[in-house]
Design a protein around this ligand. Structure first.
Ligand code: MRU
Length: 366
């Protein structure tokens, strides 16, 4: 992604692997501080995924794949069988780091399958690393294609409501929903973006605004609860969001708050688009009820992190210590509210079990 740091333009990916090190743009610190954090062991990479150093379905999948590649190298075993058993055990830990995005478990499984090829340990380790890199490359191609596919749905000067962060931080190197918006801007369409702040972790206000600023795309930050008002005022032409897992029937798990945006769009006759790679469809999951919804710590809801008056980044508490908190971080939008899926294989607007199966099976593996 194009990043302007101290006035200098740099091209940096959200997650990369250099040697045995996984390097991530540290999304916990943006937009206040730009830092690349480095993780030397697979266990440290897993912890980074849990801590949201990197986040977004695509970036989590790539980080998970790199963690498998680290594990393949770092496991200390005296036989191939022992190495294989330990690799499977590490892979299970990695896949469980965040349960909702299917991209994490599918990336981990893809790397595990690569470990089956070859006979010598060095060959297997090499194959796992090649597989992990292939996932990053696949995402880069898919997100570019999604960005282009979405253009047929957008008119010039559309006012687009989006939620969470679905940009180059979330899937390399264009984004899903934000990729479509970025492409619209790049091709002269003049979109205006409403960014909902995305409580509690503020992916919208911290990350999406930052990405939009980097690109010079006009936007307004709004509080999550302002969406209904915007619709009533006739200010929204389309809603575009991403997805973490899409069930076989088209139900969509995405960042908490997506469901109410879909219902509002439906009520006001505004199209609600879901931009996601076909990798986000999980045919093993019949409908949204089967999707595991991650719950995160109460601390995220009881506090805010931002810039303090002294210019430092800090966390302030906004609720009593003892307040009981519920913090589900995803919700499920029923397929009936989705106007179309925007994928790297084109736009799917006739949504059914059959059309989704056809779409998913129309690819050739990775
Ligand atoms: O908890 P997060 O920040 O990882 O959630 C991210 C989202 O919900 C995005 O909308 C989703 O991953 C799609 S963008 C690739």
């Amino acid at each position: 992604m194009r990043v302007i740091i101290d006035g200098r333009v740099q091209d940096i990916l959200a997650v990369v692997m250099k040697g045995q090190q996984v390097q991530m743009i540290d999304q916990r610190l943006l937009p206040f501080t730009f830092r690349i954090s480095k993780f030397r062991t697979w266990q440290a990479t897993v912890q980074a995924i849990k801590d949201l150093v990197t986040r977004g379905a695509g970036s989590v999948g790539v980080a998970g794949a790199f963690a498998v590649a680290q594990a393949a190298q770092q496991i200390d075993a005296s036989t191939i069988e022992e190495w294989n058993a330990q690799l499977h055990s590490a892979a299970q830990t990695i896949a469980q780091a965040r349960p909702t995005a299917v991209t994490l478990s599918s990336a981990v499984n893809y790397c595990l399958a690569a470990a089956e090829s070859g006979t010598a340990l060095a060959e297997k380790q090499h194959q796992v690393r090649v597989a992990a890199k292939a996932i990053l490359e696949r995402d880069m191609k898919a997100s570019q294609a999604i960005s282009e596919a979405g253009q047929s749905l957008l008119k010039s000067q559309y006012r687009i409501l989006t939620h969470c962060n679905t940009g180059a931080l979330a899937i390399q190197d264009h984004g899903t929903a934000l990729g479509v918006i970025r492409q619209a801007h790049a091709t002269g369409k003049e979109p205006l973006v409403y960014v909902s702040e995305t409580r509690p972790w503020l992916q919208g206000s911290r990350l999406t605004t930052w990405e939009l600023q980097q690109e010079g795309i006009p936007h307004h930050l709004i509080v999550d609860s302002a969406c209904g008002y915007l619709h009533q005022q006739g200010l929204v032409d389309a809603v575009i969001v991403g997805a973490d897992r899409i069930a076989a029937n088209g139900d969509v798990a995405n960042k908490i708050g997506t469901y109410e945006k879909a219902v509002l769009a439906h009520e006001h006759g505004i199209p609600f688009y879901v931009a996601a790679p076909t990798d986000a469809f999980d045919l093993a999951c019949p409908n949204g009820h089967d999707i595991a919804i991650e719950e995160r710590s109460a601390h995220e809801v009881r506090s805010f992190t931002g810039t303090l008056p002294n210019g430092r980044t800090g966390t302030v508490q906004i609720a009593p210590d003892t307040t009981s908190v519920l913090n589900p971080v995803f919700d499920v939008t029923p397929a009936k509210y989705v106007s179309a899926f925007i994928t790297e294989r084109g736009v799917l607007s006739q949504i059914s079990l059959t059309s989704i199966k056809q779409l998913v099976h129309s690819g050739n593996g990775l």
